[in-house]
Design a binder for this molecule. Structure first.
Ligand SMILES: N[C@@H](CCC(=O)N[C@@H](CS)C(=O)NCC(=O)O)C(=O)O
Length: 200
């Protein structure tokens, strides 16, 4: 299989984490894609131009970290980061999708920050800065929840990647003044899969 990534994308990082966690490194080749570039040869592979993008053993391509992580996690028939519980675990899913929402905002911030300074929107940056603070407060109040303390699931990985992306992209340390989130982050940031996928 081939996994197209950029090493700065938080979404591609989630897929790379699952590759490591599920011991798929021998089966998945990680390929650096040229995104956001007119005429990039990558557009012949994935017309949306986004990463992550996985081409499976049958040659079928799929995009979006949510689908790719679930697919990779399911390959051995023993998913660890996703549950197929019936009825769905709504309490857990609420946390996972809140973490995704936080990550989406931080990704918008990151995208804005890679633009030349005179092209950045102060309105967008202020909006995302405020959203990130609200979401950090939200998780400060919830990381003690058993759902955020138990075995690592996608919600944990997404929140940790979001907080680390914020720090890396100049949005600041969202754990500052948030002791519970800070100590929760320390434990997850120590995972070898988090350390090995840290953004450059
Ligand atoms: N919802 C998608 C988001 C993917 C995404 O936005 N990727 C960004 C990098 S963080 C990208 O490829 N941007 C290039 C572009 O928009 O052309 C996912 O979860 O995979």
């Amino acid at each position: 299989m081939r996994l197209y990534v950029t090493f700065t994308s938080p979404y591609a990082r989630l897929a790379r984490i699952i590759v490591i966690e599920k011991a798929l490194e021998d089966r998945v080749e990680i390929i650096s894609a040229k995104t956001r570039s007119a005429g990039s040869p990558y557009y012949q592979i994935n017309p949306s131009g986004r990463v992550p993008y996985l081409v499976d053993d049958a040659g079928d391509g799929m995009e979006d970290s949510q689908l790719i992580c679930a697919y990779l996690d399911s390959l051995d028939g023993k998913p660890r980061f996703h549950s197929a519980s019936h009825p769905p675990d709504w309490a857990y899913l609420r946390l996972e999708f809140a973490a995704r929402s936080m990550c989406d905002g931080i990704a918008v911030w990151g995208r804005e920050m890679v633009r030349p300074e005179n092209e950045r929107s102060p309105t967008t940056l202020a909006h995302e800065r405020a959203r990130a603070q609200r979401m950090a407060d939200f998780f400060e109040a919830r990381v003690a929840d058993p759902l955020m303390q138990g075995p690592t699931r996608m919600a944990h990985l997404i929140l940790a990647v979001a907080v680390e992306t914020a720090r890396k992209r100049g949005l600041g340390d969202l754990t500052a003044g948030r002791g519970r989130l800070a100590s929760w982050m320390r434990s997850i940031s120590d995972l070898p899969s988090m350390q090995r996928t840290a953004p450059p």
